[in-house]
Design a protein. Sequence first.
Length: 85
Amino acid sequence: LSQLTIDSFAPVINDHLRQDLSGALAWEHGVTAAPNTVYARSHEVGQIDRVAFNATTGTVDFRYYGTREQLYMADTPEGVVISNA
């Protein structure tokens, strides 16, 4: 995937596939990594990321989160959990 560019694809009509491809390409190429930003990602079965997050200065970015996924948020004793399970 890291060897592909946007020019590797013909126009993609399917909205879901287009969003998934653009997010995956951006992630692989490090195009959008920003300071003080946590990226919520979908399609990583069993993946658990625990991150330090300051709600005053940080951002949660959902650009890599597929629109077909159910999104759940819960405030737990360990902190906020964002998941699709």
